[in-house]
Write a protein that binds this ligand. Structure first.
Ligand SMILES: NC(=O)c1ccc[n+]([C@@H]2O[C@H](COP(=O)([O-])OP(=O)(O)OC[C@H]3O[C@@H](n4cnc5c(N)ncnc54)[C@H](OP(=O)(O)O)[C@@H]3O)[C@@H](O)[C@H]2O)c1
Length: 499
């Protein structure tokens, strides 16, 4: 585990430090690592951006972010005072060589002042349009320390990584001109969630589940990422993204890969990612089902008793927008373990409830043993891994209802993270930033994984543009999604878990 190792001294340069992510996630995560004593002894942050700011203004803006968004509250003033002396700001322009030369000079001063040993972590927290330019400027301004083990340089790239297969390939090719693959950390914050990491522990650290984790025992798998919020003033972004790029291509397919992968030979970055890659390459839309994909867009409705607009009435959204806010697909993993086991995935906004869960539904047992009446009461076993909220695992099985008859009633056995461990889970960014500093890229997406995910998604999105499967059904805000999605799964004699 990352936390048992000592983090090496380094400087973290955050490009786009004046933005939302730095304010809400990155600096609060660093502060909490400081609270837990997990930051290296020699550590500093340089926020880089176009906005002019002094170090003092940067520190006070970041303190406001920590006060509002930190998981540990209230601010520990002693920790903050020490931590804030490690925060610096450098104003500059992303396309200007002189700004990067000035950053290099500043880095040398800060390296010396904080004894950071020349190690650098460059974090791209800007809109994706700027990724290519910034990596090029870093690479051509002597900012990359390339003499391991003397000093290291790594780059963290936020999502989205490309907007289709070609752009992801182009970006990979471009970044590889300046950084070796092992220096590149493509972040998908879902993989930093404790409950997502627990998928591998659950599967591979227990003797009883792996032997039944295949087509002999599993009927189908459902993965749901449901949100009850809408697009929240992010109309401009969402119009170019849709749920397919916002959730499905990255978070959802990554979770699916963890559920379906073979055990790695060792728990290291290459072995884990090799196994995930095999799943992504074997994944395809169900070929026998022309209706194996349903797109939806939220209309007006009520969520939590509040009347809300439809998607096309949101700010920044075209009145005739064809962007999907809901997507359901039936996918197959074409390998020996999973042949014939459908993976139904769905994700949407403005649904009745916020939940991310994986449900493994096992095959029905033979029921001839029981009377006609009892047979109808028997339900399949379902193992549910809840990623958020109420993180935990539950198993549904049939139990005999007390009494003289032979009535069977489904009951649920529950494990709840909060109740069992009684310690708050760290934010995903805490774990992931620490892993970058430690040089552990297991929870980051490799170039070939990103491209394999796009290989599935890109033709689908291109098909929509050409009119294939492009129908968008409107669903009521606050509902369980489009009716077509229910029809899709019912056609196979199955049903979605209730939202
Ligand atoms: N916010 C989140 O919760 C979240 C979650 C997951 C992933 N992400 C990803 O993280 C990245 C940063 O997100 P964010 O919400 O912080 O973005 P943001 O607030 O829109 O932008 C971050 C900063 O980037 C700089 N910037 C803006 N437009 C730019 C441009 N065209 N070229 C270069 N720099 C520009 C700005 O700083 P200056 O003007 O000072 O240079 C801005 O403050 C994005 O790629 C986003 O997709 C964000």
């Amino acid at each position: 585990m990352a936390n048992s190792r000592k983090a090496p001294n380094c400087v973290m340069v955050i490009f786009g430090a004046s933005g939302d992510l730095a304010h809400r996630k990155l600096i609060p995560a660093l502060y909490n690592l400081a609270v837990d004593g997990l930051l290296p002894t020699g550590f500093a942050v340089i926020g880089f951006g176009r906005k002019p700011m002094t170090d003092d203004v940067f520190r006070s803006e970041m303190k406001a972010g920590v006060a509002e968004f930190s998981r540990s509250k209230p601010i520990n003033e002693d920790v903050w005072t020490a931590f804030s002396t490690q925060l610096h700001y450098q104003q500059g322009s992303y396309d200007d060589h002189a700004s990067f030369d000035a950053l290099n000079d500043r880095l040398k001063v800060i390296d010396a002042a904080h004894e950071t040993a020349g190690n650098r972590l460059y974090y791209l927290s800007t809109p994706p349009e700027a990724y290519a330019l910034i990596t090029e400027r870093i690479g051509t301004s002597s900012l990359v320390q390339n003499q391991p083990p003397a000093a290291w340089s790594r780059v963290v790239i936020e999502k989205p990584f490309g907007h289709d297969l070609q752009s992801a390939r182009d970006l990979n090719e471009h970044v590889h001109k300046f950084f070796r693959e092992e220096q590149i950390y493509r972040i998908d914050h879902y993989l930093g969630k404790e409950t997502v990491q627990n998928i591998l522990v659950f599967r591979f650290a227990n003797g009883i589940f792996e032997p039944i984790w295949d087509r002999r025992y599993i009927d189908h798998i459902q993965i749901t990422v449901a949100e009850n919020i809408g697009i929240e003033n992010r109309g401009n972004y969402y119009e170019t993204s849709g749920v397919v790029r916002d959730i499905v291509q990255n978070h959802l397919l990554q979770v699916l890969a963890l559920i379906a992968m073979e055990p790695p030979a060792e728990f290291n970055a290459d072995d884990v990612r090799n196994e995930k890659l095999k799943v992504l390459k074997a994944l395809h839309l169900d070929r026998n089902n022309a209706n194996g994909l349903v797109r939806g867009q939220y209309g007006p409705g009520k969520v939590g008793g509040v009347v809300v607009n439809g998607y096309v009435q949101e700010a920044g959204v075209a009145p005739d927008s064809t962007t999907e806010t809901y997507l359901a697909m039936k996918l197959n993993v074409d390998n020996w373990r999973w042949a014939g086991v459908p993976f139904y995935i769905r994700s949407g906004k403005r649904l009745s409830r916020r939940v991310t869960e994986i449900a493994i539904q096992f095959r029905m047992p033979p029921r001839m043993l029981f009377s006609e009446a009892t047979r109808h009461e028997i339900e399949p076993n379902v193992l549910v891994m809840t990623i958020q909220p109420d993180e935990g695992i539950s198993l549904k099985f049939g139990a005999k209802r007390p009494g003289s008859g032979e009535q069977v009633q489904p009951v649920v056995m529950n494990f709840n993270y909060g109740e069992s461990f009684n310690i708050p889970a760290p934010d995903a960014y805490e774990r992931l930033i620490l892993d970058c500093v430690l040089g552990d890229s297991t929870l980051f997406t490799r170039a070939d994984e990103v491209e394999a995910a796009w290989q599935l998604i890109s033709p689908i999105v291109e098909g929509w543009k050409a009119g294939a499967n492009s129908f968008i059904e409107q669903y009521r805000s606050g509902s369980a999604g489009p009716k077509g999605s229910d029809d899709m799964i019912q056609q196979d004699g199955r049903k979605w878990r209730a939202l």
